[in-house]
Design a protein around this ligand. Structure first.
Ligand code: SF4
Ligand code: SF4
Length: 190
């Protein structure tokens, strides 16, 4: 990455930062870069830029650079960062917003993570809860690595940690309403 004219990028990115606030409820102008979010992030080791650095990039107008990172796909959505943030920035929501924006712009930098997210949500939508075996099987087939982690399956199955058949949620209508509401909120998109 070459030299960056920060004054120019900050001004030109104002619209994006406003959208983060209005559409996702994440006001990154509140972040004063204390680093508490990144210090507690269990996925920081797998990120090329920590969540604090990602927020700083967006603050500085480096939107496309932030959307291209693997970091936003390495984020596990555990919300440790949000619970530690003294400024209520909600960094986990920022990471989620950036994943959605990257996907909408065709900038997904980790196709496997994106596939995993999609299959996870499809499983929850179908069953009302996650069916791990179904998710693993579909992920391995669609990512063309049939035997990935298969070595662990017998042990997990014998200990009752996995179930071959899905356990259905008792209230599928409530789950369907949640998905419908999210879809409506996003203007009918996925
Ligand atoms: S904890 Fe909050 S204020 Fe501190 S760097 Fe992270 S997002 Fe910014
Ligand atoms: S939500 Fe993502 S960025 Fe925040 S602590 Fe968890 S893994 Fe890290």
């Amino acid at each position: 990455m070459g030299p960056v004219q920060l004054s120019t990028t900050v001004v030109s990115s104002q619209g994006f930062r406003d959208r983060l606030k209005e559409a996702y409820g994440a006001d990154i102008s509140l972040c004063y870069q204390c680093g508490k979010c990144s210090a507690g992030c269990p996925a920081a080791f797998a990120m090329e830029h920590t969540v604090r650095q990602i927020i700083r990039m967006v603050q500085a107008g480096l939107i496309q650079e932030a959307l291209h990172t693997y970091s936003i796909w390495a984020c596990a959505g555990c919300e440790t960062c949000s619970s530690r943030c003294p400024r209520q920035v909600d960094p986990a929501k920022v990471m989620e917003a950036l994943r959605i924006e990257a996907k909408n712009q065709g900038l997904v930098s980790d196709q496997e993570a994106d596939l995993f997210h999609d299959l996870f949500l499809q499983s929850v939508q179908s069953n009302g809860r996650l069916h791990e075996v179904g998710l693993m099987a579909r992920f391995n087939i669609l990512s063309r690595q049939i035997f990935k982690d298969a070595i662990h399956a017998p042990g997990l199955l014998s200990q009752g940690k996995l179930s071959i058949l899905p356990h259905k949620n008792q209230n599928p209508d409530a789950v369907a309403r949640i998905f419908a509401n999210v879809k409506k909120k996003r203007g009918g998109n996925k």
